[in-house]
Design a protein around this ligand. Sequence first.
Ligand SMILES: Cc1ncc(COP(=O)(O)O)c(C=O)c1O
Length: 416
Amino acid sequence: MFDDETLREIRDQFHYADTCPYQGERVFFENAGGSLTLKSVVNRTAELLAIPDNQGRANVASVEIAKIIESGKSDMKELFKASSGTVFIGETGTELLGRLIRSAILVTKGRNIVGSTLEHPATYSACERWAEVVDKEYRRVPFNAETSVVTAEHYSNYLDLNTGVATIIHASPVTGMHVDVASIAQKIREVAPETYIIVDGIQFAAHGEIDIDSYDIDAYVVSGYKMFSRHNYGVAWLSERMAKIKHDQLKGAPEDAWELGTRDVSAYAACSEVFKYLVWLGKKSGASQSSDVRSILEQTTKVIKEHERGLVDLMLHGTDSLRGLAHIEQVKVIGPISSEHRSGMVSFQISGMAAAAVVEALNKKRIRTHARKRDHYSSTILEPLGVTDCVRASVCHYNSVKEIELFLEAVRDISS
Ligand SMILES: Cc1ncc(COP(=O)(O)O)c(C=O)c1O
């Protein structure tokens, strides 16, 4: 895990690591709702929002703006480990997933669409709606309630040669469990090689390694605010084949152009700030200064994963003096008692208390978490798990052991 000095330097790069402007001091375990924001992202956004010029004009400011956009795109491709394909920015993750799913469903000749019950409504709402519009069948693969993930084997029973579009969620925002995208995609290709495979990486992006070159997929979507950046944009990567399918665009525009109207250049610049931060972290944590960017980012991923896994293990198993969630009698952890597939997240219940009441009690102790209940965001996951509601505590690599201790003390007091 990071030493104190490195962690201090990391936290220093983010706004509001220790305090909320409305509540004062607090521990932030609501990262799955949106990560902390890099100061550099806010500064760069402010600088660029003040500039009136647009790309595509014959003036020096316009040329600079075009360069910023190009750098943002190539930085995101590096971050995604995507050596081919195209990257563009849309309104939100939901908007991007909806648009990509709609376009793929409308162009495919395949008669069925396959997704899983682990998915976020951003995916299944679009699949259900557009499958209905064009009279195609929408199939949903149930996730395994014990492991709370879905696998290639689960998908295989729902695929056939007529599968035109398949969707995969990389990590669930309710349980935090992540799935093996590459093996699911491989299974899909084995059965129906032409399927458009669209992946929701929104929850996964801040925690693990995105390695698009190794997935054999057609689309991958993330949201700025879940990845150390800010609200108001999402990023999509598209394979060369998917980039060129018929889609909503201005007549006469290049066939692989997906942006609709004038995009915000500061969103592209924000992507570059996230990229720079992650490169800084890789170098800071031992990557050789002369290594290529990929090796540096691999080091970043490694240390992020190690630190987060350490935090989740502490949350589950506790310290010498404090019991972890898995060892407090009144607490039930949702999903397996292991940090292996958890993207920085543990969801849990305290017996005899509604999740909302636990969140409120934790708020009073200055620990921010979130309640998930059977609403239109979470019921498809909570129902199969047999859970009415739960508290979601989600960490990121900038959280500390001290914060986990404060959290466990608070849970101990509330549950007793
Ligand atoms: C897995 C997942 N998919 C999609 C979304 C929607 O993303 P956005 O808020 O950018 O529309 C979220 C947001 O919580 C999410 O966690």
